[in-house]
Design a protein around this ligand. Structure first.
Ligand code: NAG
Ligand code: NAG
Ligand code: NAG
Ligand code: NAG
Length: 185
């Protein structure tokens, strides 16, 4: 008799355990919206004022604002206002601007931290998406957080997979941004 109660208690416990673990995943893991954009960064290096979209605003004592610091650009802080395009052509009509900053914060290799917004003002989207996260540049793809949005992206959250689509020395790079939103309104 005591044995039976014991088994029953164990069974009940098991049931509770199973239901709580499977209930631990509150939301679906499928994105509610997927978007792909490119943005283009032309860094000011002393000679290209007219063409530049980004500028070094802070550098370590041994560096300056017209060249990346050595080693690994460490300590450089860059502010940018870059065009966003739907394809990988710098000269395509922009659908918005990527505005914010990146700063190099890794001594041992190329690594940055990104904090920026996409400002859309096109026929497709009006609003902003806000991004933040670590950008270990030597990784082919880097995941950063989409921490919020406004307008057409009201309350959006998700993950953006960033990859370097092209670069020319320090003067130009193009990032491909694969945005997957997991919260849409
Ligand atoms: C501006 O910079 C980009 C990237 O380096 C280059 O492709 C483009 O031809 C430049 N435009 C001018 C007007 O210099
Ligand atoms: C900035 O630093 C680079 C690399 O060390 C150097 O070539 C350049 O002359 C410096 N520019 C200025 C304005 O000091
Ligand atoms: C967005 O585009 C409209 C129409 O071109 C313009 O009137 C408005 O000033 C733009 N807003 C921003 C924030 O650029
Ligand atoms: C580095 O890349 C791999 C595969 O490309 C990816 O799974 C991983 O999340 C990336 N790491 C970071 C920190 O983004």
């Amino acid at each position: 008799m005591a044995d039976k109660t014991h088994t029953r208690a164990l069974f009940l416990c098991l049931l509770i355990c199973i239901s709580t673990t499977s209930g631990g995943k509150p939301r679906s893991r499928r994105p509610c919206k997927e978007l792909v954009f490119y943005f283009h960064d032309v860094l000011y290096l002393g000679y290209n004022y007219k063409n530049a979209t980004a500028v070094i605003v802070g550098s370590p004592n041994w560096g300056n604002k017209t060249a990346m610091a050595k080693p690994f650009n460490f300590g450089d802080l860059v502010v940018f206002d870059d065009p966003i395009t739907l394809d990988n052509n710098l000269h395509s009509p922009p659908v918005g601007r990527a505005q914010g900053m990146y700063l190099y914060d890794q001594w041992s290799t190329y690594g940055a931290w990104l904090g920026f917004s996409f400002l859309f003002n096109s026929t497709d989207y009006v609003g902003t998406l806000n991004f933040a996260g670590a950008d270990p540049l030597m990784n082919k793809t880097r995941d950063i957080s989409v921490i919020g949005g406004t307008g057409d992206f009201f309350m959006a959250r998700g993950v953006a997979t960033v990859s370097t689509d092209a670069f020319e020395g320090d003067v130009y790079f193009r990032l491909r941004v694969d945005i997957r939103l997991y919260e849409c309104w």
